[in-house]
Ligand binder design. Structure first.
Ligand code: HEC
Length: 164
């Protein structure tokens, strides 16, 4: 599965993709015989642009707190699910718009419009474009917390989303 996804990303013509897959299938029993298995993983893998973005957030977080070591998905989950009196003077959380289970579609608490799942495991467009991510984090933190997120908060919440 992951091989196929990888080959798709290389933009090879479909025929070559099939040929390469065929070749892999041929040597696979051989690999098994040698005690090797192909690791099948569908986990989110940040692209280079996103890695740079997250790296920059780490540098900023470290500047603000020299004891900073890394972001934390557990803290991110709290930031995501805790309710606050938001921009409109009513209790709201990130989950109010993105849902408690971010692998599912959700409904925007302000506009009632559908929002596609935030989890990269089910929506491969998520967390791929730092500009888009930065723009929405800025706006969404203001919706919920009435201020912009700190580099630490943004990193934590991105780690949380990445795990889903
Ligand atoms: C009032 C509704 C609302 C709230 C509250 C909200 N969001 Fe969003 N969020 C949106 C909308 C609308 C989009 C853009 C449409 C889309 O991407 O589906 C979006 C997009 C995003 C994206 C962009 C993801 C990508 O790569 O495409 C991230 C990340 C995100 N939100 C995180 C958060 C976090 C973290 C919070 C809480 C601090 C939050 N959101 C709260 C409505 C909301």
């Amino acid at each position: 599965m992951s091989i196929f996804v990888f080959l798709k990303f290389t933009n090879l013509p479909y025929d070559s993709t099939i040929q390469i897959l065929g070749a892999i299938m041929k040597i696979y029993p051989l690999l098994l015989g040698l005690g090797l298995t192909l690791t099948i993983s569908l986990a989110y893998d940040a692209n280079p642009k996103m890695q740079t973005y997250i790296g920059d957030l780490k540098i900023e977080a470290k500047k603000l707190d020299p004891s900073f070591t890394d972001f934390d998905a557990k803290r991110g989950e709290q930031i995501f699910s805790n309710e606050h009196i938001g921009k409109r003077g009513e209790p709201i959380s990130c989950a109010s718009c993105h849902g408690k289970d971010i692998t599912k579609e959700a409904k925007n608490a302000h506009t009632n419009k559908h929002i596609k799942p935030l989890a990269p495991s089910v929506n491969n467009e998520r967390l791929t474009d730092p500009k888009e991510v930065e723009k929405w984090l800025k706006r969404n933190f203001k919706d919920v917390y009435n201020r912009e997120g700190s580099p630490l908060e943004k990193g934590d919440v991105l780690y949380y989303i990445q795990t889903k």
